[in-house]
Ligand binder design. Sequence first.
Ligand code: FAD
Length: 381
Amino acid sequence: MTTKSTTTEATNTSTPERIAIAGAGLLGRLLAWQLNQAGIDVTLFEAGSFTITNPQSNRAAAFTAAGMVAPLSEAVVSDAGVYRMGQFALGHWPQWVKQLIDTSACSPNDELFFNKGSLVVAHPQDTAELEQFERELKFVIPECRHYQRVTQSQIHELEPDLSQHFQHGLFLEEEGHLHNRRFLHQLGEAILHSNIHLREHSQVSVSPGKVSFDGISENFDLVIDCRGIGAKPQLKQLRGVRGETLHVQTTEIQLQRPVRLMHPRYQLYVVPKPDNFFVIGATQIESEDRSPVTLQSSLELSSALYTLSPAFAEARIIEMDSNLRPAFMDNLPKVTVANGLITANGLFRHGYLLAPAVVENILAHVLQRGEPVFSDILNRH
Ligand SMILES: Cc1cc2nc3c(=O)[nH]c(=O)nc-3n(C[C@H](O)[C@H](O)[C@H](O)COP(=O)(O)OP(=O)(O)OC[C@H]3O[C@@H](n4cnc5c(N)ncnc54)[C@H](O)[C@@H]3O)c2cc1C
């Protein structure tokens, strides 16, 4: 059977029956799951290991990510389009989490998505950084009302363990965060228990209607390329942007929501995870070096963490992780729809923030579910 050849043609052709997805990171897993739920025969190819008993064995940036869904904070470093897609994500993630719980063996008690906002703070000597953040926020989204300045007593109400160190902050009430590794694990379980054909340890190349591995090519009605930075050999405009994180564990401090520390030299975020874990991030370095975290980065992240709260002093460093964010020159995601091949890439530092927009855009193209969302941004040439 034939697949659609362009966005316009898509409405006139029938839905593909056999779809291959290359890459089982964030986009690949979400698309495989959604297309399978829509009754499509899906084959999912992954270069590394599919399960995450050892997070280092899967090189998807999705496992390194902190899982923040932060439209306001990310708008400050991008643009209003990212903000709009991020707002869409805040409505979408709870629906996906509910769908996953309703349709899989996933326990309803496993909390995956949190809508508790985020807090931005600066030490008194760095107040100018906080003020600049607010000015940039107003500049990018002049109409934004979803944040408020908070005083020490309000910080105490939000995060009692932080209040003694900070007199001013911004509460970005519209932001959320995911327990992303847990979500990816649950989604992985749903995929393993579905009739999706899973091919791990398969580093593939793709072309319209065709996936090739180890000198053998297989034909499909449609191929969706979700290989992140792994697509670089075929997408020359793509670049990797190195990011490093620390994972620490402590019972000395509790946080309800992501906290960002504004600092003149290094900016830091801390995202609470289950079992008293915290993800500390992240460096952003224009380098495609995937080697382990450097001493300098670990010093910067850990000393900034200590200045956020000395209660982190006794935290145990459980893991250090580094990975590449896949980015185009404009740091915006792109979905290219061509004959037999859809390419989705460039989610940069906004994977969880933008995945709902990107996935729904692709589903609309493939399943002919009305106008693709955000096509002005995602399907640009
Ligand atoms: C340090 C850090 C922190 C981040 N924090 C956040 C955050 O808080 N919030 C947020 O929204 N985003 C965050 N991100 C960004 C987010 O992780 C990425 O944007 C997102 O993971 C990109 O999704 P993807 O599916 O395109 O690629 P990936 O998640 O990288 O998945 C690509 C998959 O393709 C596989 N693959 C590669 N090549 C091949 C091949 N040839 N054949 C088969 N399979 C292949 C890979 O093994 C991988 O599994 C962060 C990223 C980093 C590095």
